[in-house]
Unconditional design. Structure first.
Length: 279
C-alpha cells in the first residue's frame, strides 16, 4: 500500500509523512512548491498542484490512499481522478468551522465544505478530520514579538480556544488511513483544554523559562497584525471568530481520543516542543 501526502510542506502533512515512515509504510510526498524541510530521503517528491487539474491524475498513479489538503479549485478534478485510480481511502484535512452554523458561511468554512461535498458525492471512501484552532497558529501570531520583546499584543486576551498539536492531527490521520473503522465518517478534533490567550502566553513563558508580557491592543491593530500572515478575508474571519468569544470557554472535542485511544496533547507540551520558535 502506498500513501500520497498532499500539501507536504505544511506542518500537519510533514508530521503525517514522518509517522507513516515510522510505521514502515511506502509514502510519496506531493507539493507544488518544492520539498518540505526534513523530507526523509526514502520518500519520493511528486509535483502536484491541486489547482492545476493536469497534475492530479499523474500524481495518483500507483497510489492506494491519500492524505488530502483542502483545495476547492481542484476538488472536482481530484474526485474524478481518485475514482479512476480506484483510490481506496481519502483522509481530508477539513475544518471545525463547518460544524458551527454561526461561522459556516465564512471563507475558511466554505473552502473546506466544497471539498467535503465533492468527496461525499464521488463515492470514494473518506474520513473528514475537522480540527479547530491549530496550536501552530500561535507561532505566526505571537512568536515575532515574543522573540523580539518577550511581549504578546492582542485585542482578545480573554477569548478562549482549544488549540491542537499538529502531531495529534497527524496521528489521527495516520490511524484513520492504516486502521479499520474510520471510513465514511467525520471527527471534530481539538486540544484537551479551553485556554485563553493569557493562558497560552503563560504556557509559552513557562516553556521559555522567562516572563512574557501580554498587552491589550485595539481591533485595528489586531487585524493589521493578522494581515501580515494571512489574506485580508481570512484575517477578518479570525477577528470575527475571536471577538464574540471573550470570556466564554471553548468547546473541547474528543476526536483525538476516539481515533487514537489517548487524550490530545496539552498546549503546555506543545509550547515545550516548539520553544525554539519563541527563543
Amino acid at each position: 500500500m502506498t500513501v500520497l501526502v498532499t500539501g507536504a510542506r505544511g506542518a500537519v502533512a510533514r508530521e503525517v509523512i514522518r509517522q507513516l515512515v515510522a510505521e514502515g509504510e511506502p509514502v510519496r510526498a506531493a507539493s507544488r512548491a518544492g520539498a518540505p524541510a526534513g523530507l526523509p530521503p526514502q520518500v519520493p517528491l511528486i509535483s502536484l498542484d491541486l489547482g492545476v487539474p493536469a497534475t492530479i491524475a499523474p500524481a495518483l498513479t500507483g497510489i492506494d490512499k491519500v492524505f488530502l489538503y483542502a483545495e476547492p479549485a481542484g476538488a472536482a478534478e481530484f474526485a474524478e481522478a481518485a475514482r479512476a485510480a480506484a483510490i481506496e481511502h481519502v483522509v481530508l484535512l477539513s475544518s471545525a468551522s463547518i460544524a458551527y452554523p454561526s461561522v459556516r458561511t465564512n471563507s475558511i468554512a466554505e473552502r473546506h465544505a466544497i471539498v467535503e461535498r465533492t468527496l461525499l458525492n464521488s463515492g470514494v471512501p473518506y474520513t473528514f478530520l475537522r480540527p479547530g484552532l491549530f496550536a501552530t497558529n500561535t507561532i505566526s501570531r505571537f512568536a515575532p514579538s515574543v522573540r523580539a520583546e518577550r511581549v504578546v499584543r492582542t485585542a482578545f486576551p480573554d477569548t478562549a480556544s482549544a488549540p491542537i498539536h499538529e502531531r495529534d492531527i497527524a496521528e489521527a490521520a495516520v490511524t484513520a488511513l492504516l486502521r479499520p473503522g474510520h471510513r465514511n465518517t467525520d471527527y471534530l478534533l481539538s486540544g484537551p483544554e479551553s485556554l485563553t490567550a493569557r493562558d497560552q502566553v503563560a504556557a509559552i513563558g513557562a516553556a521559555l523559562g522567562e516572563a512574557v508580557t501580554l498587552e491589550v491592543v485595539g481591533l485595528r491593530a489586531e487585524r493589521a497584525e493578522l494581515g501580515k500572515t494571512m489574506p485580508p478575508a481570512f484575517a477578518d474571519v479570525m477577528v470575527s471568530f475571536y471577538e464574540p468569544g471573550s470570556g466564554q470557554p471553548a468547546e473541547v472535542h474528543d476526536g483525538v481520543q476516539r481515533i487514537t485511544g489517548h487524550p490530545a496533547t496539552p498546549f503546555s507540551r506543545w509550547a515545550e516542543d516548539h520553544v525554539a520558535d519563541f527563543r
